[in-house]
Write a protein that binds this ligand. Structure first.
Ligand SMILES: Nc1ncnc2c1ncn2[C@@H]1O[C@H](COP(=O)(O)OP(=O)(O)OP(=O)(O)O)[C@@H](O)[C@H]1O
Length: 348
């Protein structure tokens, strides 16, 4: 296993900078997600890692070896990496076992050694029983697992995955999230996973690189991104929550309930700091508001199975998303206690 170092890597297409001085240190065996909206440069970064694109500036290293820089370009087949695409790209005329074994057959492996490798790769994705099936006779999730097995058969140091669940329905995606985590635990491979779906990145990755317009805006564990998003934009992109303006705190600080309430009650011109309040830090009651609570009007209620999701309007005119175990009437007044908030940096 080897770690990957991405050091101030830049890629331009004509006038457009697709990846802008991006740096990341990926440890051996880490599961990393590149997360960001469409067009932010995730796929371009992945293709530079794979060697399908050259690097204009900066350097990519795998362990001590330079794979790419302005004057170095190791070709894809010499990088010891494997890539899994959204479209699976299986050969329809070959059985599952033949699809999986194809890369090592190309390298001349035959006989028992070949059979064993194919069997081991199929076992990693729990498809041993499907070895003789044709790809058309598999579900979308199973096809994606065949594609994974095919990339593992050559023991790559790094597996690159480009939105591998994008073509699957919601139910299958959830199942596959478990398969990917199991797969990572069984292989211990270094995985770099591109997605624009924040919940997928949070469910899968050990660390997430959040990208915007070619730049890295935050690099951290899913827990850190959720509880301490750096900027207004990251907070809007990760998880659910409301952003309010307060006259208290400063970026990178928590605000406890009393300070938060005081900050919210200040006059509008003084409320210049953006604060993120997650729904789990909000308590709702249908009693008359006490001195340390806010009065809010219920605008809408959505049933989510285990709870109700409430959209509330505060006296300042701002909206607040809260959870509650029962459904208050739309239009009614509730008392709101805020227990905690996180202060955000403005976007550049
Ligand atoms: N070969 C190319 N020639 C010119 N521009 C390109 C090329 N490849 C990508 N781009 C541009 O670079 C930017 C980043 O594209 P990229 O595919 O990396 O984004 P992405 O974050 O992966 O988006 P998506 O989630 O939609 O796949 C986009 O503006 C895209 O149009």
């Amino acid at each position: 296993m080897a770690g990957l170092a991405i050091d101030r890597v830049t890629k331009r297409f004509g006038e457009h900078t697709a990846v802008d001085a991006l740096s990341l240190e990926i440890k051996p065996g880490e599961f990393v997600a590149l997360l960001g909206p469409s067009g932010c440069g995730k796929t371009t970064m992945l293709r530079m890692l794979a060697g399908f694109e050259t690097v204009d500036e900066g350097r990519i290293q795998l362990a001590d070896r330079t794979l790419a820089s302005a004057d170095t370009h190791v070709p894809p087949e010499q990088r010891h990496m494997a890539m899994v695409f959204q479209s699976y790209a299986l050969w329809p005329h070959m059985s599952v076992a033949d699809n999986v074994g194809y890369p090592i057959k190309l390298r001349g492996l035959r006989g028992t050694a070949y059979q064993l490798k194919v069997q081991q790769a199929l076992a990693l994705v729990e498809l041993e029983a499907y070895a003789e099936r044709m790809p058309q006779a598999l579900s979308g999730g199973q096809r994606q697992r065949v594609a994974l097995a095919r990339c593992l058969v050559s023991d790559p140091s790094v597996v690159l995955l480009d939105e591998p669940l994008a073509n699957l329905d919601r139910h299958l995606r959830a199942t596959m999230e478990h398969s990917f985590r199991d797969f990572h635990q069984r292989t211990g491979a270094t995985l770099v996973y591109v997605t624009h779906d924040q919940s997928e990145a949070m469910a899968l990755a050990d660390k997430i690189a959040v990208m915007k317009a070619g730049q890295l805006v935050q690099w951290g564990t899913p827990e850190t991104l959720y509880s301490k998003p750096r900027t207004v934009w990251v907070a809007g992109f990760i998880g659910q929550g409301s952003q309010l303006k307060v006259a208290a705190g400063h970026p990178g600080k928590h605000l406890e309930g009393a300070d938060l309430m005081r900050g919210l009650n200040a006059i509008a011109t003084e409320r210049t700091q953006s604060v993120l309040v997650r729904p789990e830090h909000i308590q709702i009651s249908t009693q008359t508001p006490a001195a340390n609570q806010l009065a809010a009007q219920v605008e809408s209620v959505i049933f989510r199975g285990e709870r109700y999701e409430l959209s509330l309007r505060l006296p300042s005119g701002e909206t607040l998303l809260a959870y509650h175990h029962s459904a208050p009437d739309p239009g009614s007044q509730v008392a709101v206690s805020l227990h905690q908030g996180w202060c955000l940096e403005p976007d550049q």
